[in-house]
Every structure is written in C-alpha cells, then in structure tokens.
Design a binder for this molecule. Sequence first.
Ligand code: NI
Length: 173
Amino acid sequence: MAVLPIRLYPDKVLRRECRQVETFDGELRQLADDMVETMYAAPGVGLAAPQVGLDLRLAVIDVTVGEEEDALIVLVNPEVVDSDGIESEVEGCLSIPDFTEKIARATRVKVHAESLDGEQLEIEADGFLARAILHEIDHLDGILFVDRLQGLKRDRARRHLRRLERELVGARV
Ligand code: NI
C-alpha cells in the first residue's frame, strides 16, 4: 500500500467527468487500497479517484476514519437512485485546503454501485454518511462542493479559490 499525492484545486483532473470502471482486477484493488491509505493518512472521510489523478468512477469513504471496522465503503461506478430530505451541514474537501462551508444536501440516499469484484451493491445511508457519499459522487462528475454554494458563501469560496490558484502558481516557480 502507498500514500498517494492528493491533487489540489485548480488541478484540471478534478474537473473531469470520470470513466466507468470496466476491468475488475488486481490493479483496481491496489488502487482502492492506496486510496484508503491516502484517505486515512490525510486524514479524511472520503477520497475519489480524480483526487489522486485518475478519471475513474471509484471512491472510498469511511466516516470513522478507520476507527470502526466495517465502516469502510468502496464504491465502483456509483449512481444515486433515490434521495430525499434536505439539510445544511459543514463540509470540506482534501483538494481544497483550509476551507469549510455549510452545504445543503439530501439527508437520505440510496446508491447502486459495484464492489471491487464487480458485484452489484445497494447502499442506503443517511446523515453524515449520505453527505459523504454525495460529495464523493460529485467528484466523479467533476463537481466540487464549492460549486453548490450560492450568494455570499459562493463569494467567500471564490476568494479562497483565487488564493489557492495564486499559491499553486507561486509554488511552481
Ligand atoms: Ni472532496
């Protein structure tokens, strides 16, 4: 297993519409293992493949950050099939350092996905886990949580993103 470098905003890979996973092999399992290790090392509660530079529909989630066995969820080709309720709670993202904001999302979701073996999974979640799942699925569509902000919150996010752009450019020279 290996901790992978996390891609930061404004890396273009974070804006890609990710490809379906079609090959369920040892390489996919290795990538998922590395993503789990990277998520725990960060530490974070979720990580999507574009955040480690790959435009694949693969995400890992563990809202206990490794504290509880069985809490780890690996989603391959996930799709939201049902959702309801709405709640605003604070979110952040490993690819957007030093910024958190309240985001409105569904409180309950039902997701269809595949396992690393290509088996069909149905996952029902609510509360913070539902939020984490929706955040990661957004990543697979090139959507960042700041895209879902409006009004003054969006202005605040834009200022922070511009600062990140300047810092990243500064770090390159
Ligand atoms: Ni994120």
